[in-house]
Design a protein around this ligand. Structure first.
Ligand SMILES: *Cc1c(COP(=O)(O)O)cnc(C)c1O
Length: 230
């Protein structure tokens, strides 16, 4: 995609986020737009940075590491947002500043142990299987409090909040109902984790509902970069 179109998309998106935030009861004036750059080239990410974007989300480790290396000259924040296998934790701990997809204690303990001493603690969101789908990643709601307690105790992780990828539905009321349950969970857990300040929810097709219910990070791919090839 030509970079003028990319910047046009970005400007429109940022304006839409701002309008949604003003309409929402949460009036959150600093929602972070996380540009989801999976399948996009390093040059596309460079162009997106030129449009003012600073935070990029990646799902596939190998692909991400190549882009991170190619773009070392830029001050970018890299967020890992994909499913995490145990054998991937070291590279994630070494190369990312955020991980949104932690869903079990074993992975959290490995990230904590492998986070290099010269880097600040790794920012972590716990992925919640909020729609209760069998096949989906994410911690079950019932197991969430225990996972929060485990992660809070790990010194090289900084628990920032919760993340969800709800079952897709075009019904905006259903979207809002799901995001509202995320907000309630988040509020209920803040006694055990007072440092939590992040609700990572909302993608290109449901960001309005997510912001209406208090999202602080929206993860946006298609609305910035256009449709993915695959
Ligand atoms: C791909 C992806 C997104 C972005 O999806 P779009 O619909 O392209 O905005 C957000 N979050 C996660 C976890 C993803 O895998």
């Amino acid at each position: 995609m030509p970079s003028d179109l990319l910047c046009d998309n970005t400007t429109k998106l940022l304006e839409r986020v701002k309008r949604c935030a003003q309409k929402s009861q949460f009036h959150n004036s600093d929602i972070l737009v996380l540009a989801v750059s999976k399948t996009r080239s390093a040059e596309e990410v460079r162009a997106a940075h030129g449009c003012g974007l600073t935070d990029f989300g990646e799902n596939y480790l190998q692909e991400a590491l190549e882009k991170i290396a190619a773009l070392e000259d830029l001050p970018l924040n890299w967020h890992f947002i994909g499913p995490i296998q145990s054998n991937k934790t070291r590279a994630i701990a070494e190369h990312f500043s955020w991980v949104h997809s932690v869903d079990r204690a074993k992975i959290a303990r490995r990230l904590d142990a492998q986070r290099p001493a010269h880097l600040p603690p790794l920012n972590v969101c716990l992925q919640v299987n909020i729609s209760g789908e069998e096949s989906k990643s994410g911690v079950h709601v019932d197991a969430l409090p225990e996972l929060v307690n485990a992660v809070v105790a790990l010194p090289r992780l900084r628990l920032r909040g919760l993340m969800a990828i709800p079952a897709a539905t075009p019904d905006t009321n259903a979207q809002r109902e799901t995001f509202s349950r995320m907000r309630s969970l988040f509020n209920a857990l803040r006694d055990s984790a007072p440092g939590m300040d992040t609700l990572s929810m909302g993608m290109s097709d449901d960001m309005e509902a997510a912001i209406a219910e208090g999202a602080t990070i929206v993860r946006i791919g298609t609305a910035i970069f256009g449709p993915r090839a695959t």
